[in-house]
Design a protein around this ligand. Sequence first.
Ligand SMILES: Nc1ncnc2c1ncn2[C@@H]1O[C@H](COP(=O)(O)OP(=O)(O)OP(=O)(O)O)[C@@H](O)[C@H]1O
Length: 348
Amino acid sequence: MSNLTAVRVHGNSKDSPAKIVFTGSKICGSGRFSNVYSTMMIVPEEMRVAIKNVWSTTEDARMQTEDCAEVQILSKLYHPAIANLLYYFTRDGDTESQKLHCLVLDFMPADMAKLRESGVKFDVLDAKVYSYQLFSAIAYLSSKNVVHMDVKPNNIVINHETGLLKLADFGNARRLDSEERRGPSYQVTRFYRPPELLFGCEHFTCAIDVWSVACVSFEFIANSTLFKARSTADQISLLIDVFGYPSDDDIKGMKIRRPRVGRKKARTIEKFTSNILDSVMYEMLNKTLVYNPTKRLSADEVLALPFYDAVRMRPPLKRSNGGSVPEIIVTYLQKKLAERLGNSREAH
Ligand SMILES: Nc1ncnc2c1ncn2[C@@H]1O[C@H](COP(=O)(O)OP(=O)(O)OP(=O)(O)O)[C@@H](O)[C@H]1O
């Protein structure tokens, strides 16, 4: 049993650090600078949580946990489709100078990559339910001017029994102070990296997450990776093969120099994927997988597409495991509707 002192996030800002007690812990994932454990928190509240232990590097050995970029970003966010930060605390690491920054997060039993590796195949309804939650997570992020920058199957945690999903790993996330911001263009794991970043754009917007979520949505539907190339150059060739050479308008919208690659006629996403999907799915992909970020649908607009009609059905449809489409989605829709009605009332 571990007995520590932690800061509660989203509580009263004057809350002083409180006693936090966990019992039993099992590693459930790891990254370059972290280990993630599943554990039972018993004080101050009883719930299963994930603890992400991020070890400090020599350069940031003196940094306080509250100043870590991931803690800074997550403490201002709260959404049902996000692995929310609940508490944080600091622990000693293996060496005297090393510290562990510990993030207590909402827990989910598996990530999408592990589910796929274990042989789980998502049916069309589940694919829509998961894709919907991902788009609602990034719609929320964009309303907060935050871009996740690394949407990929390992960073999507799921409870496949309930059909609930949460976007995790905000280690690369950024706040866009003005509408756009300079940054290195090699961010976002290659298969899910949008064209503007592949072509070297340094002024990106929240539209980059839309591209990544569209790629992951295809993966939920088709159970295979959409754009899978071995290098950045191959990834670019693949996109040119599917979408053709970008037009002058696209180049302007992506804020890039004219790419020095061979010109090709677009093969179309339908031909590239051997026409395996139905028309509403292609409509979603064709409106999100667009070179020009200013012409890509926003996450909020994607949520209104007919592709998600099945997710909006009342009473909620039954999933193949006998459970219903999660109520949380319906709640989110009602909230959105109330917001829209509120806005239109203000406008009149
Ligand atoms: N909230 C959570 N609930 C359950 N499992 C989680 C949770 N957060 C992370 N994991 C698991 O831990 C793994 C690593 O977590 P995360 O991606 O946050 O670490 P990271 O150090 O930032 O990784 P990377 O070096 O790949 O960026 C995830 O792939 C996932 O399997």
